[in-house]
Design a protein around this ligand. Sequence first.
Ligand code: ZN
Ligand code: ZN
Length: 413
Amino acid sequence: MTIDLEALYIDLHRHPELSFQETRTAGIVTQRLTELGLEFEEGVGRTGVATVIRNGDGPVIWLRADMDGLPVEERTGLAYASTARGVDPSGTDVPVMHACGHDMHVTCLLGALERLTQTKDEWSGTVVAVFQPAEEYGAGAQAMIADGVLDRFPRPDIVLGQHLTPLPAGTIGVRSGTQMAASDGLTVLLYGRGGHGSRPHSTIDPVVMAAATVMRLQTVVSREVDPRDVAVVTVGSIHAGLKNNIIPAEAKLELSLRYPDDEARARVLEKVERIVRAEAAASGAEQEPLITTDHTLPPTINDVAATERLTAAFDGAFGQGTVVDPGMFTGSEDVSWFARETGAPLVYWFWGGVDPAAYAEASAAGTLERDIPTNHSPFFAPVLHPTIERGVDALVVAAREFLSASGSDRPEA
Ligand code: ZN
Ligand code: ZN
């Protein structure tokens, strides 16, 4: 019996779940793993699942897929569009959609495991597959590691994974070195002294302090980062005060920072902190600002040698021109925790899910940004074919490239 991957994808797409709530999804995964006769553990890092195929001597290959949906109301108009709702951590009822393609990630990893199970006489080694929760919180990989996934399963010699992206279906995008940015989410509390709006001289106004801080933070990237480097400093939220004639006591800023590597991260964080403290001092604040890190994501750095090897394998399997360099993405991922914690190399690639004709048309018209929905859009709607097939094949080709060949496949034999 083979898994009907299209039906599986449609079912997952119809039933997206928020981060750390992927219980139905995990149940479908474990049901399939049971059918494949694989050993697994569930509830790893709350809702994660990990499984292993032991097949003799050879390297340990980790394949990773994330499982969570997003609080987005689907507007694709597809027959299998999601109408699901969920409750977010603040207790708010929200729409839920697989707007980042994690349903496709799960589908293709299950398809790849089935194929690897059926072809065990052609390879040897160990395959560990990780169905990770809560990628969208940047917390699921660390939750699985904290729950001992690296000790409960054979440690990786290489970590492999893939993400759906708005490239033409069939195309694979991968680059050596930094593939995705590192990211920090910071909260900054600025302390003033509250008072009557008619008597500003008796207060320390945190609204003005916050405004000056937001403006000055714009100079980090424009004046202090080398123009050849990539960095982002976004103040995504600013809150202070309740009423026009009250000067509040404090202001809160929430920042999203992005950088290509750990070195740039340290430099940008130092500049941001310097500006925050200096603007507070310039306002005469009597209390130092409080800066807290809400989340931190490492850069996703593809091992150079492994990426070259894999690119050649993809070219061999799918034909020259299949693999493109998509450049560095300023988005962030938590997949690389599995590699950083173990010192294993990582290759994380992207594969396309856009109808090639629609992509070519938008590309020719110069309207890609407008006409092709990106991840997290309510219109994000990958075509099913050949996206599913390419996603499965890419995982299998990648795993087989780094596993040992056996039997008649062994090149040395
Ligand atoms: Zn996402
Ligand atoms: Zn994603």
